[in-house]
Design a protein around this ligand. Structure first.
Ligand code: PLP
Length: 396
């Protein structure tokens, strides 16, 4: 029974959950109040119009399998939305609706990755890309993001280009970026698109945080008119519409690719959930609510940043996107002799503060950083950062 697929030994699950588990134990045994900066989802309820549409669809009996590609009405809406927003020319047939962005990414990797294929990704990155690549026998190749306190994170496109080999199959790009909250410059996005086009390497672009932009301009990879030649675009409903539990995402690519995705979808999960798709059609009418949420998140970001810069031993840059802050704690690690994982665990055990150690995301640079989510209310942010401050001061 334990004779698993041999690549499985290299794959880990949602490591972020481990820290929540530790927190649950601390809460129970030590009676310490837990403040969770580990969460990766908006904390607001899904907007009412979306909930109502789901109820209506259920009451109307919209509870059967749909097409593996999703319902036409939703595919059409997604295409229209992207075209209006990014000046693209996506057709309904170039969209497949999936049960979340993670399954979307999974479909992309299964469709393309052969054993030995190399996939270039930034370090740090959303952990699941590398895990799925390894599961399929592929090899993650990392390009380090650069960091300075003043400038924040950026991608070194020359370094990225230098990682290309004969075995490179794909470049994975995520903008705005988890875990650093970076909005990459339009110029860098353009350069990455050019590298992918010039080298005939697939660009997998995960733009799931594209509505969480606080300053600067978001350039989508869909803005290049020849996107069909190199791009597989992934997005979803989880973050923009606060719909994480509903499980809905999508892929955009040229028609032949989407056809193949449909074959995989039919074999793996048949179709995304029917009434959830009906509700998602109405999600595109809730941008007033989305904009309010983003305003609220911007305020929270400012509060967290203003409080964190007061903490001695922590260096932090202000992120322009997503809802994560990625402070450098290397000074505190040096003083305490702790590695970042033990540091995060001690912070839970002594102060009840959950953060995610950077090395979850996954390699070198992350070893000196912690990810804090500001998708929590302002009072909690103030209280939590105050406790981090006490924790840091005890170490000094
Ligand atoms: N991509 C990135 C960069 C994410 O941060 C997340 C969720 O945390 C996902 C994809 C997965 O989103 P979904 O809930 O649609 O599966």
């Amino acid at each position: 029974l334990l004779d698993f697929n041999e690549n499985m030994s290299q794959v880990t699950g949602e490591t972020t959950l481990l820290y929540k588990e530790i927190a649950r134990n601390v809460e129970k045994t030590k009676k310490i109040k837990i403040i969770d900066f580990g969460i990766g989802q908006p904390d607001l309820p899904t907007f009412k119009r979306i909930r109502d549409a789901a109820k209506e669809a259920l009451d109307q009996g919209f509870t059967f399998y749909t097409s593996a590609f999703g319902i036409d009405e939703l595919r059409e809406k997604i295409a229209q939305y992207l075209n209006t927003r990014y000046g693209a020319d996506v057709k309904k047939e170039e969209v497949i609706v999936t049960p979340g962005a993670k399954p979307a990414l999974f479909l992309v990797f299964i469709l393309y990755i052969n054993p030995g294929d190399e996939v270039i990704l930034p370090d740090p990155s959303f952990y699941s890309y590398a895990e799925v690549v390894k599961l399929l026998g592929g090899k993650p190749i990392y390009t380090n993001l650069k960091w300075s306190r003043e400038e924040g994170f950026s991608i070194d496109v020359d370094e990225l280009q230098s990682k290309i080999s004969k075995r490179t199959k794909m470049i994975v790009f995520n903008n705005p970026h988890n875990p650093t909250g970076t909005l990459f410059s339009p110029n860098d996005v353009k350069k990455i698109v050019d590298i992918s086009r010039d080298n005939k390497i697939i660009l997998l672009s995960d733009e799931i945080y594209d509505n969480f932009v606080y300053e600067g301009k978001m350039r989508s990879t869909l803005e290049d008119s020849d996107w069909r030649d190199f791009l597989i675009y992934v997005n979803g409903f989880s973050k923009t519409f606060s719909m994480t539990g509903w499980r809905l995402g999508y892929i955009v690519a040229k028609r032949e690719i989407i056809q193949k995705m449909g074959v995989l979808a039919a074999n793996i999960y048949t179709a995304p959930t029917s009434f959830v798709q009906k509700a998602a059609v109405k999600a595109f009418d809730t941008f007033d609510e989305v904009n309010e949420m983003v305003k609220l998140f911007k305020k929270r970001r400012d509060v967290m940043y203003d409080e964190l810069i007061k903490v001695k031993g922590i260096e932090v840059s202000k992120p322009n996107g997503a809802f994560y802050m990625f402070p450098n704690v290397s000074k505190l690690l040096k003083i305490s002799g702790l590695d970042v994982k033990s540091f995060a665990i001690k912070l839970i055990e002594e102060k009840g503060i959950v953060t995610i150690p950077g090395e979850v995301f996954p390699l070198n640079i992350g070893k000196e950083f912690l990810r804090l989510s500001f998708a929590v209310n302002e009072e909690v942010i103030r209280e939590g950062v105050q406790k981090i401050r006490e924790f840091a001061e005890q170490m000094m």
